[in-house]
Design a protein around this ligand. Structure first.
Ligand SMILES: [Fe+2]
Ligand SMILES: [Fe+2]
Length: 187
C-alpha cells in the first residue's frame, strides 16, 4: 500500500482525534528523521501505522491477541494499553501490507520502548509523546527540544517523566518501561 492508501484506510478505522494524532506522529517522526539523517519515508509510514490497532475495542484487541498467539494474560490484564502495540505489527502486516521489519519493530515497541533501540524505534517512541496535538504536560517543552538534539537523552527523559507521572497517580509501572529506563539512564 502507498502512504495515501494507508491514510485513507486509517481514516476509516480510527476515530477523528486518533487519526489526527496519527498524522501528527507521522509528520513529527519524518521531521526527526530529517534532523538525524534517517529514512524519511520509513519514519512517516511507521508514524502512520503505530496506532493502527487502536481502532479495535479492548475486547476485540484481546481476541486478536489470542488469534495471533501473542496473548499474555497477566501483562495485558495489568496494562491493557500494551495490547495495541503488541498487535500493531500483525495488523500492519495483514491489513496494511507492511512488510518492512524495521517499521514493524518500531510500532511494536512504541508504548514502552526497549533497551538498545534503533534510531527509527526511538523516533517513533518519542514522536508519539511529543507530536503537536498532545496536550501540554510538565516537561513536554524540554522533551520537544531534546527530540531534535539527542535521541538517547530524550528517550531517557520521557521514560523518567512517564514513570514519575504513573507513580504520582498511584498506577503500576510495567517492567518493560523500567528496563528501558534503566538502560537509557546508564548510557
Ligand atoms: Fe499507541
Ligand atoms: Fe500514539
Amino acid at each position: 500500500m502507498n502512504t495515501n492508501e494507508i491514510e485513507q484506510k486509517l481514516k476509516e478505522h480510527l476515530k477523528p482525534s486518533r487519526y489526527r494524532h496519527t498524522v501528527g506522529v507521522a509528520y513529527t517522526a519524518a521531521s526527526m528523521a530529517m534532523a538525524f539523517e534517517e529514512n524519511l519515508s520509513k519514519a512517516y509510514r511507521a508514524g502512520l501505522l503505530h496506532d493502527c490497532a487502536k481502532g479495535y475495542a479492548l475486547e476485540e484487541q484481546s481476541r486478536l491477541c489470542e488469534q495471533y498467539n501473542i496473548m499474555d494474560e497477566q501483562l495485558f490484564h495489568d496494562s491493557p494499553q500494551l495490547m495495541h502495540s503488541a498487535l500493531a505489527p500483525y495488523i500492519a502486516r495483514e491489513f496494511y501490507e507492511e512488510s518492512d521489519e524495521e517499521i514493524l519493530s518500531a510500532i511494536q515497541c512504541h508504548t514502552t520502548g526497549k533497551p538498545a533501540m534503533t534510531n527509527l524505534e526511538k523516533i517513533i517512541f518519542i514522536a508519539d509523546y511529543i507530536e503537536p496535538n498532545r496536550k501540554m504536560i510538565p516537561g513536554l517543552t524540554r522533551a520537544r527540544k531534546l527530540a531534535f538534539t539527542d535521541l538517547n537523552d530524550c528517550t531517557c527523559f520521557i521514560l523518567k517523566q512517564t514513570i514519575d507521572y504513573l507513580k504520582s497517580q498511584g498506577n503500576k509501572i510495567g517492567h518493560q518501561t523500567i528496563e528501558t529506563y534503566e538502560y537509557y539512564r546508564k548510557l
